[in-house]
Design a protein around this ligand. Structure first.
Ligand SMILES: [Zn+2]
Length: 271
């Protein structure tokens, strides 16, 4: 018996090594290519190819991240088709008779287009072209831009977030200035992604700070969250106000007060 056991142990050793090796290989593969869950699009899909590129590059692809650099020509059309097919599956799973219900027959197609080309376009499109001008007049006064419209969606429920944003800029002699209308385009690009408001405001502040390089930058956002109106607590009056203060706005309470009292369309000291 003893020798048999030994033999068994001996004969298992290379097998164990092999198993260990296989496990290690699997772990490495998992890091690049996580196991495919049943709900995950298969390896022949375009979303799979894009996901692989992002994983290989070690780039984050949360709901509010832009992935335009990882899309190749024509892939957005294919992605839209893939999303349409998946949404059709969701409608079927909701037990909606999409074949016979004339109202939902084209819903998957419409929603896929709306996601990719409109409401979440800020994930797939490159940043809008915005020309920066040197601050030749050496302006150093407080500028406030807004209210600018915000249309976004919460990443928890994919419900709309609709609101307004104000941007306060305190430039210095070496800051870049950007045209008024361009603020709206940048806001739209950042907001057209599933978000949470606190992160959206921070993303916008980071983007503007990089572009303008001011002494101080403030972003104030006030918005209605339709996931509160429509579901959950069903509270229709609550608005969410979030602000981010950078540089001079952070260090100078008087400047911060000045900004808050000057915000066009907002009550005095309402923030
Ligand atoms: Zn929500």
């Amino acid at each position: 018996m003893e020798s048999l056991t030994e033999q068994c142990v001996l004969s298992r050793e290379p097998e164990q090594e092999q198993e260990q090796e296989q496990e290690q290989e699997q772990e490495t593969a998992d890091a690049v290519n996580p196991p495919i869950a049943a709900w995950m699009p298969g390896p022949t899909t375009v979303s799979h190819r894009i996901r692989q590129r992002l994983l290989r590059a070690g780039v984050r692809f949360h709901a509010n991240d832009n992935i335009a650099d990882f899309l190749r020509e024509g892939e957005l059309d294919l992605l839209q088709d893939e999303i349409e097919a998946q949404l059709q599956g969701v409608l079927h799973a909701l037990v909606i008779d999409v074949e016979n219900d004339h109202n939902t027959r084209e819903t998957a197609k419409r929603v896929a287009k709306m996601f990719v080309r409109e409401v979440f376009a800020g994930r797939y499109e490159r940043a809008p072209r915005v020309t920066e001008f040197p601050n030749v007049e050496r302006l150093n006064e407080l500028n406030i831009v807004g209210p600018l419209s915000v249309r976004s969606a919460c990443s928890h429920h994919l419900c709309p977030i609709v609101g307004r944003v104000w941007v306060g800029v305190l430039p210095n002699a070496s800051s870049n200035l950007i045209g008024l209308s361009k603020y709206g385009r940048l806001v739209n690009w950042v907001m057209s992604r599933p978000q949470i408001q606190e992160e959206a405001v921070k993303q916008l502040a980071d983007l503007l700070e990089r572009r303008i390089a001011p002494d101080g930058l403030a972003v104030v956002m006030e918005a209605d969250h339709f996931c509160m109106h429509w579901r959950g607590i069903k509270e229709s009056n609550a608005k969410m106000v979030t602000s981010v203060m950078r540089g001079a706005f952070l260090n100078d309470p008087a400047l911060r007060r000045e900004l808050m009292t000057l915000l066009p369309g907002r009550g005095q000291g309402a923030v």
